[in-house]
Design a protein around this ligand. Sequence first.
Ligand code: KG4
Ligand code: ZN
Length: 336
Amino acid sequence: MHPIILAIESSCDETSASVIQHGKVLNNVIASQTVHHKYGGVVPELASRAHQKQILHVVNEAMVSSGISPEDLSAIAFTRGPGLLGALLVGVSFAKGMAVALGIPLIEVNHMEAHVLAHFIGESNPSFPFLCLTVSGGHTQLIHVKDHLTMDILGETRDDAVGEAFDKAAKLMGFPYPGGPLIDRYAQSGNAMAFQFPNTSVPGLDFSFSGIKTAFLYFLRDNSKANPNFIEEHRNDICASLQRHLISMLMQRVKQACDQTGIKQVAIAGGVAANSELRKSLVAHAQKFGWTSFIPEFQYCTDNAAMIAIAAHYKFLQNEFSTLDVAPLANLQIGE
Ligand code: KG4
Ligand code: ZN
């Protein structure tokens, strides 16, 4: 069976649609919501409304640019969770409407599993088993990937996600949301050894980043007392030092997980996988320890429907369909 699937992603602040034919992604249409920028974070109510406004245009563009007519679709896929409930509802309801109208099955996709499966969009795919560090604004997880649809969480954050740590630190420095990419950009011309921050690691393979946020707040406050222009004068060095620190906390756990499991294939996924220091650090670790590293294209790191489409493709091949009473689940876990 060679399915043709339309996939819809609406879990947070990107409305996205993608068409996949015989396992090959044909397009990846993404409408990013800018309405949140002035609030310093995603406002759930505004996200739902923006999805509602954009979804028809985004789906239409994906269908038209794929050259596929709706009658040729084999299934409609959507993100069931995790994510913002109101935002997810828009995608789920739209997918149900299309599936009923066309008389074709529905496929629910777990957003975090989809971030991992983004590694199967291109040509050079990891083989099983591999480890995936999935790092986004909402999640930080180390995943043991046994098969396309079988994954175990080895460790995860006990509090803030690493993307949240980037964004909150950026907010404290007065950068607009999302600040992660800006920290990355300023860090390019900074000295990463200029400042030190505390290591807030917890035992085992879990992560903790909330302590960094507090330490960073005090660091800025104390230095700004002595020099009111501290942030402006040292912006690039602060960004480079903080970024190095956050990435080294992530990579410590990845190394530990490789040592514990004996797995030597390591992938990164999620929005923070776009971070240039993380990409460099993974390659350096791979060279040093004999790992093979897998880094997704930028467009498949941050939220997108192509990753939902590839996940749906594998679910279709396993006959994993959803019933029409399926509802979104904001806290959906990997494996559920
Ligand atoms: O996966 P994603 O698009 O959405 C969620 O599911 O959360 O991830 C968004 C997160 C934000 O926290 C953003 O600041 C972060 O990814 N991010 C980055 C970079 N690009 C995106 N963080 C650090 N450096 C980057 N280059
Ligand atoms: Zn995501």
